[in-house]
Design a protein around this ligand. Structure first.
Ligand code: ADP
Ligand code: MG
Length: 450
């Protein structure tokens, strides 16, 4: 990736981290960090010294990884290294270094309320999957602290929980400029609590969290199993609740499934209104993509957008990730992306003109990709990685060569045609829902035709 893209990628990641960390922790840990390299999904992050590198790795690995995964649309691994003192180079940067920043980079404003102006109702797409949550949010905005308290929103990753509650926070701030609205990730709440105990600033901590009019707590499942944090959260909750302040919680699971959790908290969580957000349906996916393309000034024709919406079925985050990947790739190749480009990008094109691979070539390329022998791939083993590789082989032989089911069964170790049919269906489904498999298929296709 070009250096300017790395800079812009890291700056987007930092913007996200700012949302989840306290200002002090953020500044202490992340000032002067940068991405040194990003290759094969491994992101090398350079830190000013080994202490910080260790600390970030130990305490914030998953947080940084999650942000990077979101921004890149990939399943990244992180490597923390210590920056060497830089000697000034007198060599001119290569042409790639002069590229403009990636189209998805946007400066954001985040205040000490934890709110980001990026999330509003204007850019929140409403559809079947989230209309209850949306309607409840509107009710809360009209009448905060009244009927829906607490408001508990749950749903899988990337379905828009953070977006929704941030939008509520922003809207309430707009309507009541004198109110204190506070957004915090539950993990931040926990780590600030521990820090305040060490630094003997617990009163400051209590003041910060108990003197607000609206408290938005993201990813409350983090406090599961953390007894001390739960106790403090319970008291914070009660103090706000009794004062009639609005509390909003999100979680990746239902309130009763946030476990282990003290019963008294479970009952608090269930004491108001609970709604879920489901993965978006096709119409919503198209609308979300349009919205994101507009926001990030990515120019993609309608048919190309629709194609992405058909291909990526999991959630808004993955849709956005795919859109960014496509835009970045088009930028690298300096072309305007269209349907053809997007199809190629996802490796969906079934026949590549001028090239038709033989079945032996395909089977051997897949075996090589998974580092197994062809005889094992077509052999008896049912171990998971080998079986998956075999399913992928079935998928390729069907899709690339349009071979009949029986023939594919023969090639892959005399298997029954129904086995092949199920394998093909399974991979087809995974292609839409599982990033890892999608990446593997794209990589294998490149291998076959390179
Ligand atoms: P969650 O908190 O549920 O994991 P986020 O709120 O972080 O998900 O959403 C992931 C990305 O998808 C964000 O960029 C968000 O703006 C976007 N997104 C999610 N739902 C919607 C929606 N309904 N309309 C527009 N964008 C959405
Ligand atoms: Mg979230």
């Amino acid at each position: 990736m070009a250096k300017s893209n790395l800079i812009s990628l890291w700056s987007s990641v930092l913007t996200e981290l700012k949302l989840s960390l306290s200002k002090t922790i953020f500044q202490t840990l992340f000032t002067n960090t940068k991405i040194k390299e990003y290759q094969k999904q491994i992101v090398t992050i350079s830190c000013p010294n080994s202490y910080l590198a260790d600390l970030i790795e130990k305490r914030y690995y998953s947080l940084v990884k999650a942000a990077l995964d979101r921004q890149t649309g990939q399943n990244t691994s992180l490597l923390f290294v210590v920056a060497k003192p830089t000697a000034k180079k007198n060599t001119k940067p290569g042409p790639l270094f002069n590229q403009p920043p990636t189209p998805h980079h946007q400066p954001l404003t985040i205040s000490k309320t934890g709110l980001s102006s990026q999330f509003s109702f204007n850019n929140f797409v409403v559809g079947d999957a989230n209309h209850f949550a949306f309607a409840a949010a509107q009710g809360i905005i009209k009448n905060p602290g009244a009927n829906y308290n607490p408001f508990f929103v749950w749903g899988g990753v990337g379905v828009g929980k953070t977006h929704l509650i941030q939008a509520i926070g922003n809207e309430l701030t707009r309507l009541h400029p004198d109110w204190k609205v506070l957004y915090a990730n539950a993990e931040t709440f926990g780590s600030e609590l521990i820090a305040s105990l060490k630094e003997q600033t617990i009163n400051k901590f209590k003041y910060k969290y108990r003197h607000v009019d609206v408290f938005l707590v993201d990813d409350i499942q983090f406090i599961a199993g953390k007894e001390y944090t739960q106790d403090e959260f319970f008291h914070t909750f009660n103090s706000l609740y009794l004062a009639g302040k609005q509390i909003i919680l999100t979680s990746d699971r239902k309130p009763e499934e946030v476990q282990p959790l003290k019963d008294r908290l479970t009952s608090r969580f269930m004491g108001g209104l609970t709604v879920d957000i489901q993965p978006p349906d096709f119409e919503m996916r198209v609308a979300i993509l349009k919205q994101k393309a507009e926001q990030r000034k990515i120019d993609l024709p309608e048919d190309a957008l629709t194609f992405i919406a058909e291909t990526i079925q999991s959630n808004a985050r993955e849709l956005e990730g795919a859109l960014i990947q496509v835009a970045n790739q088009a930028q690298v190749q300096q072309i305007r992306p269209n349907l053809e480009f997007v199809k190629n990008f996802f490796g969906i094109k079934r026949t590549i003109p001028g090239k038709k691979a033989s079945y032996r070539h395909i089977v051997s390329a897949i075996a090589k990709y998974y580092h197994i022998k062809t005889s094992i791939l077509t052999g008896k083993s049912r171990k998971k990685p080998i079986a998956t590789a075999r399913h992928i082989a079935a998928y390729f032989l069907r899709r690339e060569l349009q071979l009949p089911l029986q023939r594919v069964g023969q090639i892959l170790g005399n298997r029954d045609h129904t086995t092949i049919m199920h394998a093909e269906e399974k991979i087809d489904r995974l292609f839409s829902t599982n990033q890892q498999i999608r990446h593997e298929i794209i990589a294998i296709r490149k291998k076959i035709y390179s």
